[in-house]
Design a binder for this molecule. Structure first.
Ligand SMILES: [Zn+2]
Ligand SMILES: [Zn+2]
Length: 689
């Protein structure tokens, strides 16, 4: 028997400020498939993760909610863990970066970085808000793009023209928290110099991630590597840097160190030594990450590990983003689906199965096509795979006392099972290489073979004429299903658990596929998987449009992201496809009017809504709730402006009150555009035609 491998696996740490959504799940689910496969093989595998808790966004949100950051992160931790658990994601430790272990490791790393001579100091101008009494991270300031002049752009890059710049270059900058105009102040910061490790990293990177990722990274090595700013000014929620009062570790310093801290916490709670895992050259270490954080994991992190004398990861597995129906996830279209919103409408197994069917272990983006999702779950998981068990088990129980036959001497049946068992090697290889889509293809092929056998034997007929031959056919079909369910266990653990009970077993390992269950009486047939309906999907999308996932912003908080080549490539703004044509009489039914904004205020506890009272002239006053708050950090500035609104829309009851109409907005709030207004004053109540 092969020797047990010892494996540490991580997923990137979700930011404590945001919700877990179906985009995140692309990563957690594929990591979980990999980890569960390793455990099924009998390897010693530990899956660690944590909430990423530090940084300005958490601090600001806690301040807004009037709670301490510790209270906020404790609450979010519980919510995240519940989401993951309900999706059957099997962390061995789901910890927090705000831990004593992480503080100690962070200080140890920094001491080593200082000792190596890799820490330098530089003074640079930065935007400071006198009102909030803080330096503003890039995503906390907005203004006009210095290149193209587009308004309302963040301090690091322009959504319209794609150029990157320093926040201090913005035209008429405003603090996004309070709306005040920031001043420019000098601040001294600590940098981790990577150039001393130029040769080391250039050599290390190619063997430790996929070639597309490494080729892209290596482009930067044509020039000296830039230093990485690792400090942030107080006030900051995080760890203060020893010997540098008022300076804190940038959240991206202690986030990857959080993997080690979570592992050590797990070791201590389980009578293990950290050194036997992370520092053990015979152990394997794998990071699963998204392609947006390559720089942090494939450049800075190995640089830090190298200087601090820690083992490197064996491989960094990089995946792409999720698209829904071929488009970027969108809050307004309801495709920014919160994990919880999904679970309110659909079973976790369906998404686990579909993601597995689509994930091929590459950096390509993965599309969740909602129609295909319903179709595949119903036709393959339910109609093809589960069908073998449900019709065989139910027939055996109803007609043949639930007792399985012996297959001794049944050549055809043994041949079928042998074929299924032999397919295990190819499936194993695909699991190991994270080609989960190939695992699913192979499993469906085996299910086809089992169904073909079942249909050919026609046990529903022979049960009336030759009960024992029907019993043999059902026994063979059920054992075929059993092998398939074992192969599916890493993808569908709860499903496999229910299937296992049917056979009266208590544990399945990869080797269990070689056993055959014969002569025994089946356990009760529990429902294994149910069909899903497009109405459930529609309801989920409608709920998500109402309440999209809150997205944390940590990946964009960097003020050190100005490495030209590291910057995001300009994204051509893609207009959504045209809706179906409407007849002119339908258009005429809409009554659009001008309203003068009488008051406009923030709705407490809502990050999206603004409450408008419009003066619509002879139509009277209208109260309208509009989800455009992100476009107007200072809503009172809209008072006196004219806007266009739908005046004959049926009043809509919302949790915050009744909305009597809809204000027209061009663009995506917080990204571009603004309210639609007449070119010159028209007066409240004026029809728009
Ligand atoms: Zn621009
Ligand atoms: Zn401010």
């Amino acid at each position: 028997m092969a020797e047990k491998r010892r494996i540490v696996v991580t997923s990137a740490l979700p930011y404590a400020n945001g919700d877990i959504h179906i985009g995140h799940l692309v990563e957690y689910l594929q990591t979980d498939f990999f980890v569960r496969y390793q455990k099924l093989r009998g390897n010693e595998c530990v899956y660690v993760c944590a909430d990423d808790t530090h940084g300005t966004p958490v601090m600001i949100r806690a301040r807004k909610e009037g709670v301490s950051p510790e209270e906020l992160i404790a609450r979010m931790h519980a919510i995240h863990l519940k989401d993951f658990t309900d999706f059957q994601i099997s962390f061995d430790n789901y910890y927090t970066t705000n831990s004593p272990e992480n503080r100690e490791f962070s200080e140890r790393f920094f001491a080593a970085m200082e000792k190596s001579g890799g820490i330098t100091k530089k003074t640079s101008p930065q935007l400071y808000c006198e009102h909030c009494k803080m330096f503003l991270p890039d995503r906390f300031v907005k203004g006009a793009c210095p290149k193209c002049g587009a308004e309302n752009q963040y301090g690091d890059s322009c959504d319209r023209c794609g150029s990157t710049y320093g926040a201090e270059e913005l035209g008429s900058p405003k603090c996004t928290t309070c709306g005040a105009t920031p001043v420019v102040k000098d601040s001294e910061h600590l940098y981790f110099e990577l150039e001393p490790q130029h040769a080391y990293l250039e050599k290390w990177i190619p063997g430790h991630t996929t070639s597309d990722v490494s080729n892209k990274l290596l482009e930067w090595f044509a020039e000296p590597l830039r230093g990485w700013c690792i400090s942030r000014d107080a006030p900051y929620f995080g760890f203060e840097i020893p010997g540098h009062a008022g300076k804190f570790f940038y959240v991206w310093v202690d986030a990857p160190i959080g993997y080690l801290a979570s592992l050590r916490n797990w070791c201590e709670r389980n009578g293990q030594k950290f050194e036997d895992w992370w520092q053990n050259p015979a152990a394997e270490r794998y990071h699963f990450i998204g392609k947006d954080i390559i720089r942090f994991h494939c450049l800075f992190w190995p640089g830090m590990l190298n200087v601090a004398g820690f083992e490197q990861p064996n491989k960094i597995f990089v995946h792409g983003f999720l698209t829904v129906n071929g488009e970027k996830m969108s809050k307004s279209k309801g495709t920014f689906v919160n994990a919880r919103t999904y679970l309110d409408h659909l079973p976790p197994e369906a998404l686990r199965y579909y993601y597995a069917a689509k994930l091929g272990g590459t950096t390509d983006d993965m599309d969740l096509n909602l129609a295909d999702f319903v179709q595949r779950v119903n036709s393959d998981l339910v109609g093809k795979i589960t069908n073998i068990a449900s019709r065989s088990a139910q027939m055996l129980q109803k007609r043949l006392e639930g007792r399985l036959a012996s297959l001794a001497g049944c050549e055809e049946e043994l041949g079928l099972l042998d074929k299924l068992r032999k397919a295990g090697d190819a499936i194993a290889l695909n699991y190991e290489n994270r080609r989960f889509n190939q695992v699913v293809v192979e499993i469906c092929r085996l299910a086809d073979a089992a169904n073909e056998y079942f249909d050919r034997k026609e046990p529903w007929k022979t049960v009336k004429t030759d009960a024992e031959s029907a019993r043999i056919a059902l026994t063979a079909a059920l054992n075929a299903f059993r092998v398939i369910a074992i192969y599916l266990k890493p993808i569908l653990p709860a499903y496999a658990e229910r299937a296992m009970k049917l056979f009266g077993e208590t544990e399945w390992t990869w080797e269990s596929r070689n056993a055959s269950i014969e002569g025994a009486v089946l356990g009760p047939y529990e429902y294994l998987a149910s069909r899903i309906d497009s109405a459930q999907v529609d309801a989920m999308i409608a709920a998500a449009a109402e309440k999209p996932a809150e997205t944390g912003e940590v990946a964009h908080e960097s003020r050190a992201s100005k490495n030209k080549k590291a910057a995001a490539e300009p994204q051509a703004a893609e207009a959504p496809p045209l809706k179906a044509e409407v007849a002119f009489p339908d258009f005429e039914k809409l009554d659009l009017r001008v309203g003068v904004v009488e008051s406009c205020e923030i709705v407490p506890k809502s990050s999206k809504l603004l409450k408008f009272v419009l003066d619509a002239g002879s139509l009277g006053k209208r109260t309208i709730f509009s989800g455009i708050r992100q476009a107007y950090p200072e809503p009172e500035k809209l008072v006196g402006r004219e806007v266009v609104f739908v005046a004959n829309l049926a009043p809509r009851k919302m949790s915050v009150g009744v909305s009597e109409g809809m204000i027209l907005f061009a663009g995506e709030p917080g990204t571009c555009g603004g309210v639609v207004a007449p070119d010159s004053p028209a007066g409240g109540g004026t029809p728009v035609t």
